[in-house]
Design a protein around this ligand. Structure first.
Ligand code: MHO
Length: 223
């Protein structure tokens, strides 16, 4: 029998032209939740990027930076919106805060169009703010996933709710890649409301039967 996770994966696969943004803005737990809450975001993952250290892990990330990778539907959310959100919510006037490169302000562009958007918005914000943005900007090369316990970290702190959600998203990968789980991870950090999530699910292109199962499950979660 198909699970909610299966229906969601099928729905995600039907979205044409999914794009990816990759960025670092300090501890990756919070941007995982912030971007996960945004309609148009399909999935988020946290990991390491930008460095040379082989096989980084949280305790030994070497010269990598804590990074969040965001898959999004450009018909609902633009890359420009993503980087405006990025620059609105962290300090970007110096690259290295503490712990060297771990918490850097960094943007990885996936194509020349993203690079142009980055350059345009950066210039605009520098004029507006009258300061120099020191965000490191580099072409995307690789992103290495962080350990499971860092994926949707904030939601996993809600043991009862996360336990219940695990019955519908049993594997770590299905939990990490779920759009619904991303929204709920945003909700627990107050980046979105349950009501917004309900409204959004009503618009998803999934069979009505699975929509009912999803909404019913959301109703039953105890926070
Ligand atoms: N609050 C944590 C940051 C963890 S984040 C995944 C700490 O200060 O150690 O870097």
């Amino acid at each position: 029998m198909k699970t909610i996770a299966d229906f969601e994966v099928e729905w995600q696969a039907r979205i044409p032209n999914i794009q990816t943004a990759t960025l670092g803005m300090g501890c990756f737990w919070s941007p995982d939740a912030r971007f996960g809450a945004m309609p148009g975001v399909i999935r988020t993952r946290v990991g390491f990027a930008g460095g040379t250290t082989h096989e980084p892990v949280y305790r030994q990330m070497g010269d990598h930076t804590e990074t969040v990778q965001i898959d999004f539907d450009p018909s609902l959310l633009s890359f420009e919106d993503i980087i405006r959100t990025f620059w609105a919510y962290h300090t970007s006037t110096h690259r290295v805060t503490y712990r060297e490169r771990q918490y850097m302000s960094i943007l990885f562009y996936h194509d020349q169009q993203q690079k142009q958007t980055i350059d345009k918005v950066k210039k605009e914000l520098e004029l507006e703010r009258k300061e120099t943005i020191e965000t490191e900007i580099q072409p995307f090369t690789a992103f290495i996933l962080a350990e499971d316990r860092h994926q949707k970290y904030h939601l996993k702190r809600f043991k009862q709710a996360a336990g219940m959600l695990k019955t519908s998203f049993p594997s770590e990968a299905s939990f990490m890649n779920s759009t619904l789980i991303a929204r709920l991870n945003g909700f627990v950090k107050e980046f979105g409301t349950l009501q917004n999530i309900h409204q959004e699910i009503k618009l998803w292109n999934i069979p009505d039967s699975s929509r009912h199962i999803l909404l019913d499950m959301m109703q039953k979660i105890r926070w």
